[in-house]
Design a protein around this ligand. Sequence first.
Ligand SMILES: [Zn+2]
Length: 224
Amino acid sequence: MNKFATLWHMFQHHLNPDCAFCGLPRMQGYPLCEPCHTDLPWLDVGGVPALPDCPTSISAFAYQAPISNLLLGIKFGKNLRELATLGTLTATGILPQLTQVPDALLPVPLHTARLHKRGFNQALELARPLAKHLGIPLLTHPVQRDKFTLPQTELDAEQRQHNLQQAFRIHAPLPYKHVAIFDDVITTGATTRELSGLLLANGVDSVEIWSCARTLKSTTIKHS
Ligand SMILES: [Zn+2]
């Protein structure tokens, strides 16, 4: 999304005083009304099982309605208002769970072909409010997704890990000691584990995994 589109969206958002979900008046400086805010499937510290090989994983929401619907709508519809709303909600869910601030935030990259088709990387767009609020860099270039992987949802756990092997390439060691990786949805954690291993082999001392949503049961979802 270019800067102009973001600014235009912010302007539109400012003009619209209604809750992004139900149309009732929203809370001051927040995209939702209070009942819609309260009804969301918020997670808190210790609310999710730890990911294998990753001591710190933080998610704002359980992957269920209405968050799951929003994520799918954003992925296929490029709805800028929904993207900004979910970015704000994600930051609202993650910030109170933090015990320390990482040196940088790395959204999981999309393969260039997929990025061109979709026009934006939803992980990057959803991470923007977090990086801005924390005053840390949002890393968009140091890591590239080389391999055009199959959608993880079409594979079993073993295939998923194999599918992602050497999916990412790093251009140079990172000058950050503590990096948080951000993805829109975490299911098995295979994608973020692959990326995490790459960072730890390239100058990073500790990695956290953050996400907008986390699947808590084995459910069939469509994301990639
Ligand atoms: Zn509402």
